[in-house]
Design a protein around this ligand. Structure first.
Ligand SMILES: [Zn+2]
Length: 443
């Protein structure tokens, strides 16, 4: 396969600087619908990472899931519990002037939607919830490793047997928990009995509106992949109870979850540039962005985006800042959407915003009115680098766009007006020595 990464566009078009949440609706259209919410607090990556995997790596074969993986996206990116206060205390009453008023209204509409049968809100909690005091980390005041209900029962509602369902989920999680010390318990917050704090929460709003709702908590004692692993064990048990059938394309263990979270996270800029979010260098210079316009940012992952900051842009993935982009602004040429190359001697048109694999060398075909800049390749006195056979040894490694230094930028400009037409990334696959070095470093 020559085109390594065909960019799949999901229905998320974010303008830079907008922090709206995403909604993924997946399923067969018939059967029950489970709404799963992650990221109500921005500093709980286990929950929002699990939700992002449900959104991107699960196929639903019967029944339906609706997933909001990034409810408080601004706080996720800014690595804060709540940039504008705790969003999970805004569901009983909220002033219209609150900056999150519209987000809260929008998620309330989802929760109370006729089609929604069951609601799960994913959190990361401190320590381990235990019924008796064991020590500072394990006691009745902790929140980690439990499934939460506000009361035992919700009368007259499908899935209103909250206690039974949470016990089913807990038993299923515990069958596959990594250690018995990680085992889940049911926590009943008894919100109806005057728990003032919980009465402001999302799940209590749901219950008050006749929707069965559960909190699920993974312990902050674990790293993110292991937290997400426990969340997914619990969510899969909820889905089983609700008769929702699914397939997933990764192994459900902490390692499998970690690989899935770091697999194929891409951002496309202005339909002309693509970034591999996980492998990009920390710093990318002279990125040709559009002069005097908002940049169009589209990601295949709900946790990845680009945010403007002072004179540069920051690439974010969940709580992690992945890269800083230093822009150089150009007018854009929209006349062409790709360019002709010879890849290992074979002629091919490569669309802009794609990554193409090269084993030996490539050549950009000269085109009237356009000039090519292969970043890191120079020929004395030459401004148009089309027509040259280029192999990896001809390009300076430090100009690579990725940490492993295999991927290089080929930029095409309209010659007359110096307008940016588009970028293709070239990935050299024949990299023997450096591959070994990288795997040693990772060990
Ligand atoms: Zn929380």
């Amino acid at each position: 396969m020559r085109i390594l990464l065909t960019f799949v566009l999901f229905a998320i078009a974010l303008c830079a600087n907008s922090y709206d949440f995403s909604v993924y609706k997946k399923g067969s259209g018939t059967g029950n619908t489970v709404l799963i919410i992650g990221g109500i607090q921005g500093d709980e990556p286990g929950g929002f990472s699990a939700a992002s995997l449900l959104a991107t790596k699960y196929a639903i074969t019967h029944g339906n899931i609706w997933v909001v993986p990034n409810l408080n996206f601004e706080s996720i990116i800014k690595r804060s519990r709540g940039v504008h206060g705790d969003m999970n205390r805004k569901f009983r009453a909220l002033n219209e002037s609150d900056p999150e008023f519209e987000l809260v209204e929008k998620v309330k509409d989802l929760i109370t939607h006729d089609e929604v049968d069951l609601v799960i809100n994913l959190h990361d909690g401190s320590g381990f919830y235990r019924k008796q005091w064991i020590d500072k980390k394990r006691n009745p005041y902790k929140w980690g490793q439990c499934t939460i209900i506000d009361q035992k029962k919700l009368e007259g509602v499908k899935f209103g047997n909250l206690r039974e369902i949470s016990e089913f989920v807990v038993a299923n999680v515990n069958e596959r928990s990594l250690k018995s010390e990680h085992n889940y318990l049911v926590k009943n917050t008894k919100t109806y009995a005057g728990n003032e704090e919980m009465a402001k929460s999302l799940t209590w709003f749901a219950v008050q509106n006749g929707k069965p709702a559960f909190g699920n908590e993974a312990s902050k004692e674990f790293l993110t992949p292991q937290r997400a692993f426990y969340h997914l064990l619990a969510v899969e048990a909820f889905l089983e109870y609700a008769g929702v059938a699914f397939e997933r394309d990764f192994a459900l263990d902490p390692k499998g979850v970690e690989l899935a979270l770091n697999d194929d996270v891409k951002i496309n800029i202005n339909d002309k540039i693509v970034l591999d979010v996980i492998n990009s260098k920390n710093w990318i210079n002279y990125l040709p962005l559009k002069k005097g316009a908002k940049q169009k940012i589209v990601s295949n992952n709900p946790l990845a985006t680009i945010v403007p900051q002072d004179n540069h842009y920051r690439v974010h993935y969940g709580n992690r800042r992945m890269s800083i982009l230093m822009p150089q602004y150009f007018d854009y040429d929209e006349a062409i959407d790709g360019f002709d190359f010879l890849i290992d001697g074979e002629s091919q048109k490569i669309p802009f915003g794609e990554v193409v694999e090269v084993s030996r060398d490539f050549l950009v075909a000269p085109k009237e009115g356009y000039r090519t800049n292969v970043i890191g390749f120079t020929q004395r006195g030459v401004t148009d680098e089309s027509g040259f056979v280029v192999s990896k040894k001809d390009i300076l490694n430090r100009f690579a766009i990725d940490k492993e230094e295999h991927i290089f930028r080929v930029e095409i400009y309209n010659q007359k007006e110096n307008r940016f037409a588009g970028m293709v990334l070239v990935r050299f696959t024949d990299t023997k020595g450096s591959d070994r070095l990288t795997s040693l470093e990772l060990d």
